[in-house]
Design a protein around this ligand. Structure first.
Ligand code: KG4
Ligand code: ZN
Length: 338
């Protein structure tokens, strides 16, 4: 099956073309970062307008790279949520129209299911069951994954997501949006032990997360330094903040794996692009005798390839989605009781 997939849940207009779950032919991502940067974050209305403008050129480009005509597509996949409603509607309606015009089925895919499928885009694929840490701009969650469609939530953030904490702390320090890549760049020049920012463990057995206390601790530190007329040691603050996030994410992923008696771990989501997190988790897994799978950097942040893959498995199991399908802002995967 030739699959065409679209991802438009936030500020990337992305399209991918894939043959079954085997060969990725094209993966085009059009980022809106420069559009939202002056506002310090994503402006929903601007995002949907830019998706509307870019979706046809991005899909055309993906087909050109894949050397396929739209008429040769057998299955369509699209993110149905969670995300910005206006942005999701652009992708969903585009796919519905294609589905009617081309007379091929489409499937709506959960964005989290997309991230959970992203490590399968690498040559070395994880085997089931595995524990997945998905850390992105909107979510920080731990899942027990028994199969492509058998996913149980183990823990989630009680307030800010990890990526959100990166973005908010970057804003506080006057660094541009999105904050994750900026902070990790600055952190490379700083001392991770310079400032002892708090680690929020929420109890010895908890695999939930909380990052808002850490964000407040950085804000308090910045205010104190400014009040005392000192120049901010940006690199040290970034390195110390990043160390706190990385330690909590890493240790809770290991704890969840131990609690479930599972030795396969997967790291996914935009924050999985963080070099320090990749390195620390790899070291800890090695020490624990656990196998770690991480998607390549281009598949960590939002992309169409992960939606194509999730869509393929969803279609095999459940068949096509109905034409009246709607979008949602909250994932059912994240509404499970833990
Ligand atoms: O998965 P993603 O592309 O979009 C969502 O589903 O939210 O994740 C975007 C998030 C942003 O918060 C961004 O700051 C963060 O991933 N991010 C990073 C890095 N690259 C992107 N966070 C930390 N370090 C990075 N290198
Ligand atoms: Zn995402």
């Amino acid at each position: 099956m030739n699959i065409l997939a679209i991802e438009s849940s936030c500020d990337e207009t992305a399209a991918a073309v894939m043959i079954d779950d085997k060969r990725l032919l094209a993966n085009v991502v059009d980022s809106q970062i420069v559009i939202h940067r002056p506002f310090g974050g994503v402006v929903p209305e601007l995002a949907s307008r830019h998706h509307l403008r870019n979706i046809y050129p991005v899909v055309t480009e993906a087909c050109r790279i894949a050397k396929l005509e739209l008429g040769e597509i057998d299955l369509l996949a699209v993110t149905k949520g969670p995300g910005l409603i206006g942005s999701l509607l652009v992708g969903l309606n585009f796919i519905k129209s294609l589905s009617m015009v081309l007379n091929v089925p489409f499937v709506g895919v959960d964005h989290m299911a997309g991230h959970l499928n992203s490590p399968f885009l690498s040559a070395s694929k994880p085997s089931f069951p595995f524990i997945a840490l998905v850390a992105s701009g909107g979510h920080s969650s731990l899942f027990l994954v028994r199969d492509h469609d058998e996913v149980r939530l183990l823990g989630r953030t009680r307030d800010d997501a990890a990526g959100e904490a990166f973005d908010k702390v970057a804003k506080l320090l006057g660094l541009p949006y999105p904050g994750g890549p900026e902070i990790s760049r600055e952190a490379g020049e700083g001392n991770p032990e310079a400032i002892p920012f708090p680690r929020s463990w929420l109890g010895p057995d908890s695999v939930d997360f909380s990052f808002s206390g850490l964000k407040t601790a950085v804000a308090n530190h910045v205010n104190k330094e400014r009040q005392q007329g000192r120049r901010l040691a940006i690199a040290d603050i970034c390195a110390s903040f990043q160390a706190a996030v990385v330690e909590v994410l890493t240790e809770k992923a290991i704890l969840a794996a131990r609690q479930q008696g599972i030795s396969n771990l997967v790291l996914a989501g935009g924050v999985a692009a963080n070099p320090s997190l990749r390195q620390q988790l790899a070291l800890r897994c090695q020490a624990e005798g656990m196998q770690l799978h991480m998607p390549e950097l281009e598949f960590c942040t939002d992309n169409g390839a992960m939606i194509a893959l999730a869509g393929y498995h969803h279609f095999l199991k459940e068949g096509p989605s109905p034409l009246e399908m709607d979008v949602y802002s909250r994932s059912p995967l994240l509404s499970q009781a833990v």
